[in-house]
Structures are given as structure tokens and as C-alpha cells.
Design a protein around this ligand. Structure first.
Ligand code: BV8
Length: 232
């Protein structure tokens, strides 16, 4: 394998599945219990803010009951020991990468533990319910919403992500179905830049055919194995 000097990793709900967090699309997943358009769109929030605030309160509270798994910890080891450049982009809004030891995590779809104030537009670290309309820590207005990117909203730090994809020599996608854009298009950006592409997923994703290599199985096994190969 030619010397790998710049890796971009994209993770999705599948990397947190073995920690006990529901994925979006597997049976009994998050969306089965709720229609996407009701709980993960600005229109859904405008139509029924209590339903949406309650949905995210439930997911935020559930974080305290789960732990990072071997896949999260393996990526933290990679960050600590890999001598090249590494960008870890996650579609997940949970904090398991951080609790697993990763320090620099790019949450392109936001985070459960962050609040966005609709009045002053300041983002603040947040770990409490929002259903009871708590005051914004900055402007005191009872106008907090979950700081997550809903459908139809622009994901965060896209320029930084595309710059890394155009410069990387390896793109690795872990635990994502490849169903949601723009994340699902990252593999094509990486290929266009001449990077190697590797999918680590329980089963072939919707974009599997775009990857030069795909390994299928649980992230808790595949990710530590792969990190061991990279660190030699
Ligand atoms: C945007 C945060 C434009 C919230 C999420 C038509 C109409 C309207 C919109 C669109 C349209 N066509 C395309 C779009 C764009 C839309 C989109 O892609 N829609 C899809 C449904 C077609 N995208 C957007 O709207 C995005 N924004 O386009 O903005 C724009 C332009 C200019 C100006 C303004 C705006 C925003 C999308 C972000 C939505 N927010 N999450 C929350 O979390 O509640 S999406 C959510 O689902 C996740 O964040 C994630 O990104 C996405 C997909 O989930 P996955 O992570 O892949 O999880 P999934 O369950 O699907 O798959 C899990 C995988 O893991 C499976 O493959 C499974 O096999 C595997 N697995 C399971 N267990 C394991 C495992 N793998 C390994 N080990 C295991 N143990």
C-alpha cells in the first residue's frame, strides 16, 4: 500500500449501533418510530415543536445510558498514533467519538449536546431537556432548538470537508447507508481526487459500488482491524 499520508473518515449511525444507539434505517430504527418529515425538518419543528423537542430530549437523555465501543476507541487510537493528517467527519449527533477519546471530530449534522438559540443565534453546549423551554444561556430568550442539521438545512463545515476530500489519499466510510446527501457523495469526491476508497459497513451500502474496497461486518471488529493495518 503506497504511503498513506492524509485520511478522511466519514462515520454514520452504524458505528454507534453496537453501543446500543438506534440507527435510522434498520428495523426498529429511529425513523420507524417517527416520520422524518415530522421530527427532522424545519417544517416539522414549526408544525409541532413539542414533538420535535421531545424527540431530541429523549435521544439526548439516552446518551447517558450508552458507552463508546471498540470502533470509536480504535479511531481515537488512530488520531493519537497516525503520523499523517486525519479528518474525522461524523453524521452522528451523539458524543461517542469524543467519549471514546477522539479530540477533533467534525459533526457535519450538529450535536445533541449543543443548543442553537433562534433569538440570538448563538450555539451553546447543552445537556438538559428543551421541552420545558429553558432560557438561552446567552440572551435568556426561551428560544432554544436542537443544534442539529435537519433535512433541507445546510450541513456544517462543508468547505473544510471538500478541501480535505480533494487532498486526501484515502477515504474511509464507516457505518453509513449512503442514503443521505451531501455525505453520500463524498466517496465520489475522493475518487475524483484519486484517493483510495474503503467502505466498512455491516452490509453493502447504497454507494458500495463506488468504493475500491468494501469490508462487511460489525464496526466493532472491522475498525480496530483496519486501524491496526494502517498503524502497521
Ligand atoms: C441539504 C441529523 C441542501 C438529525 C440528519 C429531496 C427532497 C428534499 C431533500 C433532498 C431530496 N433529495 C436529496 C435531498 C437532500 C437531503 C437528502 O439527502 N435526502 C435523502 C433522504 C434523499 N439532504 C439534506 O436535506 C441535507 N441538506 O441537502 O441541504 C441545502 C443547500 C443549500 C442551502 C441549504 C440547504 C441535510 C441532511 C441531514 C439530515 N440530518 N441527521 C438527526 O440525527 O436527527 S440525517 C441522518 O440520517 C443521519 O445524520 C445520517 O446522515 C443520515 C443517514 O443515516 P446513517 O448514518 O447512514 O444511518 P442509517 O441508519 O441510514 O445507516 C446505518 C448503516 O450502518 C447501515 O448501512 C447499516 O447496515 C450499518 N450498520 C448497522 N449496524 C452496524 C452497521 N455498520 C457497522 N457495524 C454495525 N454494527
Amino acid at each position: 500500500m503506497a504511503e498513506i499520508e492524509h485520511i478522511v473518515i466519514l462515520t454514520g449511525a452504524g458505528i454507534s449501533a453496537e453501543s446500543g444507539i438506534d440507527t435510522f434505517r434498520s428495523a426498529g430504527g429511529l425513523w420507524e418510530q417517527h416520520k422524518v418529515e415530522d421530527v427532522a425538518t424545519p417544517e416539522g419543528f414549526a408544525r409541532d415543536p413539542d414533538l420535535v423537542l421531545g424527540f431530541y430530549d429523549m435521544r439526548r437523555e439516552a446518551l447517558a445510558k450508552v458507552e463508546p465501543n471498540d470502533a470509536h476507541r480504535a479511531l481515537a487510537r488512530l488520531e493519537a498514533e497516525f503520523s499523517g493528517e486525519l479528518l474525522l467527519v461524523t453524521q452522528n449527533v451523539d458524543d461517542l467519538h469524543e467519549r471514546g477519546g477522539s479530540n477533533d471530530v467534525l459533526h457535519m449534522h450538529g450535536e445533541l449536546k449543543s443548543a442553537l438559540c433562534l433569538a440570538c443565534e448563538v450555539r451553546t453546549s447543552w445537556d438538559a431537556p428543551m421541552l420545558n423551554r429553558p432560557p438561552c444561556p446567552v440572551c435568556q430568550s426561551p428560544s432554544l432548538r436542537p443544534d442539529v442539521v435537519w433535512f433541507g438545512e445546510m450541513p456544517y463545515q462543508m468547505e473544510r470537508i471538500y478541501a480535505a476530500l480533494s487532498d486526501c489519499d484515502l477515504f474511509v466510510s464507516i457505518g453509513t447507508s449512503g442514503a443521505v446527501y451531501p455525505a453520500a457523495g463524498f466517496v465520489q469526491e475522493a475518487r475524483a481526487a484519486g484517493a483510495g476508497t474503503l467502505e466498512l459497513n455491516l452490509e453493502p451500502s447504497e454507494g458500495s459500488h463506488f468504493f475500491a474496497e468494501a469490508r462487511h461486518g460489525p464496526a466493532g471488529q472491522l475498525v480496530p482491524e483496519w486501524v491496526g493495518e494502517v498503524l502497521g
